[in-house]
Design a protein around this ligand. Sequence first.
Ligand code: CLR
Length: 264
Amino acid sequence: GMSRGDMRVNYELEDSFCYPTSMMRIEEVCASIVRSHRETSQYRLEELQALRWKLFSREEVHAYQSKSMDEMWQYCALRLTDAVQYVVEFAKRIPGFRQLCQNDQIVLLKNGSMEVVLVRMSRAFNTENNTVFFDGKFAGTELFKSLGCIDLITAVFDFAHSLCALRLTEQQAALFSALVLINSDRPCLEERGRVERARKEVELALSHTLHRDNQDGLIHKLYQKVSVLKSLCNLHIEKLRWFRQQNPLTVHSLFPPLYKELFA
Ligand code: CLR
């Protein structure tokens, strides 16, 4: 006769028969992107929460403001490059990204890694006093004065503030990061069709998650953020060009190679 074990197997078969295969695929895509995000998030959310009232003192802020423009740019380029390296690792752990050809992986990272860093910034942002986790403590815009591009800094902080207002869960943030990265509109893609297919999967995974969370309305707010991200990254590139014109040797010999490769 049939044992209980066999019955269970039959039920499982029946279950998977009821769900369309594509739904299981979407669940898998969700799970792997969320895992990739968690494994490469640089700082855990609880860690950042615990530190959120650890501010730089007046003297410390003054010390940053007294650095030369040159020195402060070098320092920020270094911190940014660290953050970008975690984003590269995030990308490499997403199956849909890993399966793309090397050219397209590089194109997507060149265009999207800074955007993902800015999405991640909202995790490290305290909206109650408009500060961001930088170099071990929380810093306001004024700390970055010596960079000489307070318009960029203000715009970046405003963006972090507005993204925080959406109160994304870690899962939603992970999927939104993947969506920002796997963008089939980037120029110079060799296999655009494959990137499009990978993107469709991420889109499905995101809308599936938002639906499950009863937050379908978030999707169009997130798509609005994509264009802001693009303009912020253009502004970053523009500021870098402006800085390089004045200090070509600093960029050439003292900036991290990865930073130059991606942005210069
Ligand atoms: C983003 C989330 C990462 C940790 C992290 C590291 C460096 C931070 C970055 C976050 C946010 C943006 C940041 C950056 C260092 C300098 C940069 C504060 C928190 C500001 C906006 C200055 C940009 C300067 C360029 C013009 C060089 O997990």
